[in-house]
Every structure is written in structure tokens, then in C-alpha cells.
Design a protein around this ligand. Structure first.
Ligand SMILES: [Zn+2]
Length: 59
């Protein structure tokens, strides 16, 4: 899931406690950082799920 802390985007793994601190408030930039770091995103129904490099694509 995506959280905002002090305007900056944090990405939390939906399978474990891993958090990616993107240090940006820009969503496109945050997404680019996620891809670079090996995070996975999957849309299920209307919800975006996020997976850290260890967990991979959320199920
Ligand atoms: Zn994880």
C-alpha cells in the first residue's frame, strides 16, 4: 500500500513489514524508484497491492 508521511510517499509491502521510503512526493517518481528497487505492483479489483523484492508480486 501507499502511505504519505510529511508529504513523502512511502510504499509498504502487503506481504511483510518492508517499507520503501521514496523520499519524493511525486507519484510518477515514486513509481520509477519502486521499479528500480525491484518492487512489484499488482492491481486486484480496485486495489493496488505492492510487493517488496523479497516477496515479489502480491497474490
Ligand atoms: Zn515483502
Amino acid at each position: 500500500m501507499i502511505e504519505r508521511q510529511h508529504g513523502k510517499i512511502l510504499v509498504e509491502c502487503d506481504s511483510c513489514e518492508e517499507v520503501l521510503d521514496t523520499d519524493t512526493s511525486d507519484f510518477a517518481e515514486a513509481r520509477a524508484i519502486m521499479q528500480r528497487e525491484g518492487w512489484k505492483v499488482r492491481k486486484i479489483a480496485n486495489e493496488w497491492l505492492h510487493g517488496c523484492p523479497d516477496c515479489g508480486v502480491p497474490t
